[in-house]
Write a protein that binds this ligand. Structure first.
Ligand code: HEC
Ligand code: HEC
Ligand code: HEC
Ligand code: HEC
Ligand code: HEC
Ligand code: HEC
Ligand code: HEC
Length: 398
C-alpha cells in the first residue's frame, strides 16, 4: 500500500513538471525533428494547416515517386501468369514470395543462383516501377522493372538483354530527383576511388512540400504563434519569383539526367540560381540530343510559345496541386488563354473540333531515345512514350 502511494505521488509530481515544462516550450520545440535539419518541418506538419492540399498531395505523382516496398501493394501487380522473365531456355528471373518478403530470383538451368528482395520502389507507376535492394549502405537496381504500357515485367532500362544483372548501383542522384533526402557519406576506398555510402534509415521518400517550397520551419512557427495572420510569412511567394527562378524550381528535376551536379540539389530552394548547382549540359544542347524523358525544361525552351511570349513557365499549364491528368480539354483551354484566335487551314479544320484537343497535334507523344525496354521473346526494344514539350507544328498523321 505504501509503495502504491509513493508511485502515485511520483506520478503526480511528474505530471506537474511536464505541465510546467510544456508551458515554457515554444511552438518550435513542439514540432517533430526533421533529419534535414533545424530549418525543416516535414510534410506531416505542413498539411495540418494546409488541409485542403493534403488530399491532392497524397495522390500526386511527386509524392508517390518513391517508397519502401510494401508486400501487399506489390502483390497487386504480381499475377501468377506474368511473374517471370525468360532470357533463353537456360536463364530466367522469377518473382517469388518467400517468408521474408518478395524476391527477384535468378535461375540458371533451373537452379536458383541469386535472390534479392524488393526493398524500395521508384516511380508512381504512371509509366513504370523500378526497384532497388539494399546491401549495407549501398543500393542496387533489380534486373526487372514493371512497365504500365504492357502491364508486365521487362528488363530494367539499360540492362543487358541476354542475361540477368544485379550489380547496377543506384546512387543518391536518383534520390535527388525521386525523393526528398538521403544522408550520404563519401568513403575514400583508395587513392583513386571514392565510394558513396547512403544511410538507409535517413531516406525521406517521395517529393515533399519543402523540396518545391524550401525549408518551412520558420513559416510554421510564425503561423502557429500568430494564428490570426492570414498572409504568408517566411516562405517564398511563388508569384514574386522571376521567370527564370520559376523555371529553375521545376528544372531541378525536369532538365534531364545528363547534367552534372556540382553540389547536392537536395538543398535547392526557390529563388536559388540553378546554374550554381549544375554544370552546362553540352550533350543535350550541342548534339541536339534533348530527350522527351526528364527534360521538359529544354524541350519547352526550344518552342516558339516560350521564346515569343514573356510569361510562359510550367505553371502556364501545370498546377502541381490539382489533378487533371489525362484531361486534354482543360489543358487545351490553357493554350487558348494565349491563342484566342488561330489560323488553321481548311484541311486542318476538317479534322473536327479543334478546341478540345490541341495537345495531340502540337505536343504529340514521342518515344524516348534514352529509355526503351526489352520484353521477353521480342527481338526489338519497346518504345517508352512521353509528351513532347517542344510545342510546334507537326505533320498531321490522323
Ligand atoms: C500553423 C499553420 C501553418 C503551417 C503548419 C504551415 N503553413 Fe503555410 N501558410 C499558413 C498561412 C496562414 C498562410 C497564408 C494563407 C494561405 O495562403 O493559405 C500560408 C501560406 C503558405 C503558402 C503560400 C505562399 C504564397 O505564395 O502566398 C505556401 C507555399 C505555404 N504556406 C507552404 C507551407 C509549407 C511548405 C509548410 C510546411 C513546411 C506550411 N506552409 C505549413 C499557415 C501554415
Ligand atoms: C512539385 C512541387 C510542389 C510540391 C511537391 C508542393 N508544392 Fe505547393 N506549390 C507549388 C507551386 C509551383 C505553387 C504555385 C502555384 C501557382 O502559382 O500556380 C504552389 C502553391 C502552393 C500554395 C499556395 C496556394 C495554392 O493552393 O496554390 C500552398 C499553400 C502550397 N503550395 C503548399 C504546399 C504544401 C503544404 C505542400 C505539401 C503537402 C506542397 N505545397 C507541395 C509547388 C509544389
Ligand atoms: C525534386 C524533383 C522534382 C521537382 C522539384 C519537380 N518535379 Fe515534377 N516530377 C518529378 C518526378 C520524379 C516525376 C515523376 C513522378 C512519377 O510518376 O513517378 C515528376 C512528374 C511530374 C509531372 C507528371 C505527373 C503529373 O503530376 O501529372 C508533372 C506535370 C510535373 N512533374 C511538373 C512539375 C512542375 C511544374 C514542377 C515545378 C513546380 C515540378 N514538377 C518540380 C520530379 C520533380
Ligand atoms: C534529373 C532528375 C532525375 C534523375 C537523376 C532520375 N530521374 Fe527518374 N524520372 C525523372 C522525371 C522528371 C521523371 C518523369 C517524367 C519523364 O519521364 O520525363 C522520371 C521518371 C522515372 C520513372 C517512371 C515513373 C512513372 O511511373 O512515370 C522511373 C521508374 C524512374 N524515373 C526511375 C529512376 C531511377 C531508378 C533513377 C536512377 C537510376 C532515376 N529515375 C534518375 C527525373 C529523374
Ligand atoms: C503564355 C502564352 C502561350 C501559351 C500558354 C501557349 N502558347 Fe503557343 N505560342 C505563344 C506565342 C507568343 C507564340 C508565337 C506566336 C507568333 O509567332 O506569332 C506561340 C506559337 C505557337 C505555335 C506556332 C509554333 C511554331 O513553331 O510556329 C503553335 C502551334 C502553338 N503556339 C500552339 C500552342 C499550344 C497547342 C498550346 C497549349 C499546349 C500553346 N501554344 C500554349 C504563346 C503561348
Ligand atoms: C488536327 C490537328 C490540330 C489541332 C487539333 C490543332 N492544331 Fe493548331 N495547327 C495544326 C496545323 C497542321 C497547323 C499549321 C497550319 C495548318 O495547316 O492548319 C497549325 C497551326 C497552329 C498555329 C500557328 C498558326 C497561327 O494561328 O498562328 C497555332 C498558334 C495553333 N495551331 C494553335 C492551336 C491551338 C491553340 C489548338 C487547340 C485549340 C490547335 N492548334 C489545334 C494542327 C492542329
Ligand atoms: C503549354 C502547356 C504546357 C507547358 C507550358 C508545360 N507542360 Fe507539361 N504537359 C502538358 C500537357 C498537355 C501534358 C500531358 C498531360 C496529360 O496527358 O495528362 C504534359 C505532361 C507533362 C509531364 C508528364 C510527361 C508525360 O509524357 O506524361 C511532365 C513530367 C511535365 N508535363 C512537366 C512539365 C514541366 C517540368 C514543365 C515546365 C518546364 C511543363 N511540363 C510545361 C502541357 C504543358
Amino acid at each position: 500500500m505504501k509503495g502504491a502511494k509513493r508511485i502515485l505521488f511520483i506520478l503526480g509530481a511528474l505530471a506537474v513538471v511536464i505541465l510546467i515544462l510544456s508551458r515554457c516550450m515554444n511552438a518550435a520545440d513542439k514540432l517533430p525533428p526533421d533529419i534535414r535539419g533545424e530549418a525543416y518541418a516535414g510534410a506531416a506538419t505542413c498539411v495540418k494547416c494546409h488541409k485542403d492540399l493534403a488530399q491532392s498531395f497524397a495522390h500526386n505523382a511527386h509524392v508517390l515517386t518513391s517508397k519502401p516496398v510494401v508486400d501487399a501493394a506489390l502483390l497487386k501487380i504480381f499475377s501468377p501468369d506474368s511473374n517471370r522473365f525468360l532470357f533463353d531456355e537456360h536463364q530466367k528471373v522469377v518473382i517469388e514470395k518467400r517468408d521474408s518478403g518478395i524476391f527477384q530470383v535468378a535461375y540458371q538451368n533451373n537452379k536458383a543462383v541469386r535472390a534479392q528482395k524488393f526493398d524500395i520502389q521508384f516511380g508512381s507507376g504512371e509509366k513504370a516501377y523500378t526497384y532497388g535492394y539494399w546491401i549495407g549502405n549501398k543500393l542496387y537496381e533489380l534486373p526487372l522493372s514493371y512497365f504500365s504500357a504492357i502491364q508486365n515485367w521487362a528488363i530494367s532500362p539499360g540492362f543487358p538483354k541476354n542475361t540477368f544483372y544485379y550489380d547496377r548501383a543506384i546512387t543518391s542522384r536518383c534520390l535527388e530527383c525521386h525523393a526528398s533526402y538521403v544522408d550520404v557519406k563519401i568513403k575514400q576506398e583508395s587513392a583513386f576511388s571514392k565510394e558513396e555510402q547512403m544511410e538507409k534509415g535517413s531516406v525521406i521518400y517521395g517529393i515533399d512540400c519543402e523540396r518545391c517550397h524550401g525549408p518551412g520551419k520558420q513559416h510554421v512557427v510564425f503561423h502557429m504563434e500568430n494564428p490570426e495572420e492570414k498572409t504568408a510569412k517566411f516562405i517564398s511567394i511563388f508569384k514574386t519569383l522571376s521567370r527564370k527562378q520559376k523555371m529553375d524550381v521545376c528544372g531541378v528535376c525536369h532538365s534531364g539526367n545528363t547534367l552534372v551536379a556540382q553540389r547536392s540539389v537536395f538543398v535547392f530552394k526557390p529563388g536559388d540560381d540553378l546554374d550554381a548547382y549544375y554544370s552546362q549540359d553540352f550533350v543535350g544542347f550541342g548534339g541536339g540530343g534533348i530527350d522527351v524523358h526528364g527534360n521538359q525544361s529544354a524541350m519547352l525552351k526550344g518552342s516558339n510559345c516560350y521564346q515569343k511570349s514573356e510569361t510562359m513557365t510550367c505553371q502556364s499549364c501545370h498546377s502541381t496541386h490539382e489533378n487533371i491528368k489525362g484531361n486534354l480539354a482543360i489543358y487545351s483551354q490553357r493554350c487558348i488563354n494565349c491563342h484566342q484566335t488561330t489560323r488553321h487551314s481548311q484541311a486542318t479544320l476538317a479534322k473536327g473540333s479543334l478546341t478540345s484537343n490541341c495537345i495531340d497535334c502540337h505536343m504529340p507523344k514521342e518515344s524516348s531515345k534514352l529509355i526503351s525496354f526489352q520484353q521477353a521473346g521480342k527481338d526489338h526494344l519497346s518504345a517508352y512514350m512521353l509528351r513532347s514539350h517542344h510545342i510546334a507544328i507537326y505533320p498531321v498523321i490522323k
